[in-house]
Design a protein around this ligand. Structure first.
Ligand SMILES: Nc1ncnc2c1ncn2[C@@H]1O[C@H](COP(=O)(O)OP(=O)(O)O)[C@@H](O)[C@H]1O
Ligand SMILES: [Mg+2]
Length: 438
């Protein structure tokens, strides 16, 4: 914004002249214009007066005794604090005024006597305005510099902070990578242990059935042995009839097939299954394996198995071997519960059905026994690892917790209903494969 300095600048002016008439004349003009005026009659007085209080401008006569105007000017300009004060020389026409010298010593302008007051005032005003402008500019410069320095400092601090943050992020990232790797290793280890545990619980469930399986195998084995012995005897006594030979050999093959079937079930059931959960599984098929394995034992315990399977059941997605393991555990649990109860008609009902409405689409598998049910205080601990009410060798306490985990892996759930004295019902709910839903 431009300012009108002419009107508002009324500075302090030092007039130096050895002629008091001149001093008077100049003082009057300047005072009349509103300036504050100080006077000095010679260079020396001028220098000490300036030392006491610096004026805004100096009007300096050239010819003076002792120290002339040039020398006074030169000395003034030597002082750092005074060098910006504009000095206007006043010379008389008769003086041998050396303009070059005047400018060289530091003068900004000159007026030649006689002069019009207007001319003097214009020059005074111009140089005062310039000085004030210069001062303002200098001030602004200082402030600008300060601001720039401040900014530089802030920038430096910002940079430092940025570097610090970058380092922090780097450190944290590498920490995270390390802990992520550790976590991955730990998860893998846990998966490994979990899979071992699942396998060992399965083998323990099978182990418990091994007595009845041995029995199951020994029966056809015994039939084969008997038939073979008869055949040998008939050969020895020359009584071998070709018709009977064929019948007996057919029977031997049938018995071997029976054994093979049992062994096949045992083998396929006991193998360590992987974690693949993407098989399309028919739940009714899942029931077959465990039932076959338990069949003899169930018969031996006088337990009747009632099947009520929906033949139209849609498939679920998962791992059939793992699901078989869940079912074997539920059947074994029911069998154990029935073993401990005095009821005459012992039954295990296995039921499968499809539960579908607009919000849900599930396959449900229920295993229900009519034993004594689950005591209230055992209900909440049922799915906890190592909770068992069975004697060592009969149970590990891991069956239901592992079953629960397997069903959760299948995105399903297990529910329990039980009434003390009447029996227990375990319900497995599994989502139907999505492609089938569509
Ligand atoms: N059908 C059932 N009737 C009564 N109690 C049951 C039944 N199923 C499970 N339980 C109880 O739950 C406990 C835990 O079962 P589980 O986790 O399979 O381990 P385990 O069979 O090795 O004891 C059993 O010890 C038993 O007390
Ligand atoms: Mg069990």
């Amino acid at each position: 914004m431009e300012q009108n300095y002419e009107s508002d600048i009324k500075g302090n002016i030092l007039v130096v002249d050895d002629q008091s008439a001149n001093l008077k004349f100049l003082t009057e003009i300047l005072k009349h214009e509103g300036y504050q005026v100080r006077i000095a009659l010679d260079g020396k007085t001028a220098l000490s007066s300036v030392d006491l209080a610096a004026p805004d401008l100096i009007l300096l006569d050239i010819l003076m005794p002792e120290i002339d105007g040039y020398e006074t000017c030169r000395r003034l300009k030597q002082k750092e604090s005074l060098k910006n004060i504009p000095i206007i020389f006043i010379s008389a026409l008769s003086d041998s005024f050396d303009k070059i010298k005047a400018f060289k010593t530091g003068g900004v302008d000159y007026v030649t006597k006689p002069f019009e007051p207007e001319e003097l005032l214009t020059r005074v005003n111009t140089h005062l305005s310039r000085k004030i402008m210069m001062e303002k500019l200098e001030q602004q410069n200082i402030e600008l510099e300060k601001e720039i320095n401040q900014k530089k400092i802030s920038e430096e601090e910002l940079k430092k902070y940025q570097n610090y943050l970058e380092k922090l992020v780097k450190d944290r990232t590498s920490d995270l990578i390390t802990s992520n790797e550790n976590l991955k290793a730990e998860i893998n280890e846990r998966k490994q242990i979990e899979s071992e545990l699942i396998q060992s619980e399965k083998l323990s469930a099978l182990g418990e059935l091994s007595a009845s399986l041995v029995h199951e195998l020994s029966q056809p084995l015994f039939s084969i042995q008997l038939l073979a012995q008869i055949l040998i005897k008939n050969i020895d006594s020359n009584q071998l009839e070709i018709e009977n030979l064929q019948i007996d050999l057919n029977e031997i093959v049938t018995q071997i097939k029976k054994m093979d079937e049992i062994m096949h079930h045992m083998k396929s059931f006991s193998h360590k299954s992987d974690n693949d959960l993407t098989e399309a599984v028919s739940i009714n098929k899942v029931i077959e394996g465990p039932l076959k394995v338990c069949q003899k034992q169930l018969a031996h315990q006088n337990i009747e198995v009632k099947l009520q399977l929906n033949p139209e059941l849609p498939q679920v997605k998962g791992n059939s071997n793992r699901l078989e393991q869940v079912l074997l555990n539920l059947i074994n649990n029911a069998r154990h519960a029935l073993d401990d109860c005095q009821k005459k008609d012992k039954t295990i009902e296995i039921k499968s059905y499809h539960n579908m409405n607009k919000d849900l689409n599930y396959v449900v598998l229920e295993v229900k026994d009519n034993a004594n049910g689950i005591p209230e205080n055992a209900k909440e601990k049922l799915f906890q690892s190592f909770f068992t009410t069975k004697a060592p060798g009969k149970g590990t306490g891991l069956g239901l917790s592992i079953s629960n985990k397997i069903i959760a892996d299948h995105e399903g759930k297990i529910e329990v209903e039980s009434e003390v004295g009447k029996g227990a019902l375990f319900r497995i709910i599994l989502p139907v494969i999505e492609s089938v839903i569509g």
